[in-house]
Design a protein around this ligand. Structure first.
Ligand SMILES: Cc1ncc(COP(=O)(O)O)c(C=O)c1O
Length: 302
């Protein structure tokens, strides 16, 4: 399957079919990759990449946590993302996947002296989850704790946790998984951070609660402050979620997605609530460059 014509691979633009790795690539065996998920939005005139600098910074943080060396500067990666979008002539909403991986063909676990490869793949991308509301379930797999794996880093291997969770949810007929941590607090979706609304206040798990520190989560915290909505960062129980007035999941792919049912219980009146809708509409304007105050989050491609 060819998604686009060109891929940025180790400093060069190569044809899609030439962006290949060997079967002995370390990352295939041990999950030793780090990646980002970034979105670009076409606003009818230009393609706008949302919070690119923050994504690149997180990628370098992930590399530092894993102990991997990225052989490029953040500025070089920034330029490479723009170049990859331009060379593919993308003029629609797009997903951008930078990925760095340990590429040396070896079974050795000590990665300190091994080589790193880096690729940037872009692909046209619409909605990831149903924007008018999804059905979620709390799955049996627990979110891995940050004393076991560094969940603050977007490391390929850690995503097996998300894969198992989502497969369980989808096999049981739900759209998305909610994961509890090992002490029974609801901490995340399979690829999203979670917020609930109770009596006009927003609640979300704190960053030390074994969550990925989402960039969309950060955007929502800033929007809530603009809208003078109080936010409390505290652990969420399963009961908090079931009895919330509104629940929504946030992430680059999911944007701001209302959750209208959890484990067969309607959330609120079973429809997207007013706070979720208002945040989601504002988010949609910001990412398409329609909000002056947040233009510093936008990188124009053309
Ligand atoms: C496990 C997990 N949590 C949260 C998020 C949301 O992060 P962001 O808003 O930076 O995309 C993601 C998506 O990247 C994720 O995979």
């Amino acid at each position: 399957m060819t998604l686009v014509k060109y891929v940025w691979f180790n400093g060069e633009i190569v044809k899609w079919e030439d962006a290949k790795v060997h079967v002995m690539t370390h990352a295939i065996h041990y999950g030793t990759s780090i990646f980002e998920g970034v979105r670009g939005y076409w606003n009818g005139k230009n393609l706008l990449v949302f919070r690119l600098e923050d994504h690149i910074r997180r990628m370098f943080d992930s590399a530092k946590i894993l102990g991997m060396n990225i052989p490029y500067t953040p500025q070089e990666l920034h330029k490479a993302v723009v170049e990859t979008l331009r060379v593919n002539e993308i003029r629609e909403d797009v997903y951008i996947r930078p990925v760095a991986f340990v590429s040396t063909p070896t079974i050795v676990l000590d990665i300190r002296k091994l080589d790193t490869s880096l690729a940037i793949i872009v692909m046209p991308f619409g909605k990831y989850l149903k924007p008018d509301g999804i059905r979620a379930t709390i799955v049996s797999w627990r979110r891995v704790h940050n004393t076991m794996l560094p969940v603050m880093a977007k490391i390929g291997g850690i995503y097996v946790n998300s894969v198992l969770a989502l497969v369980e949810a989808r096999s049981r007929g739900f759209d998305e998984a909610l994961l509890m941590d090992s002490s029974g607090h609801v901490v995340e979706g399979s690829g999203e951070n979670i917020f609930i609304v109770k009596r006009g206040r927003l609640y979300t798990p704190p960053t030390y609660a074994s969550i990925l520190e989402g960039i969309t989560r950060d955007t929502v915290l800033k929007l809530a402050s603009d809208l003078k909505i109080e936010v409390v960062e505290r652990p969420l129980t399963r009961e908090d979620v079931y009895t919330a007035d509104e629940v929504f999941l946030v992430g680059t792919a999911a944007e701001i997605t209302p959750v209208v049912e959890v484990d067969y219980r309607p959330i609120g009146d079973g429809k997207p609530g007013p706070i979720t809708t208002s945040l989601s509409e504002t988010y949609g304007k910001i990412v398409r460059g329609a909000v002056e105050k947040y233009l510093h989050w936008i990188t124009p491609v053309y």
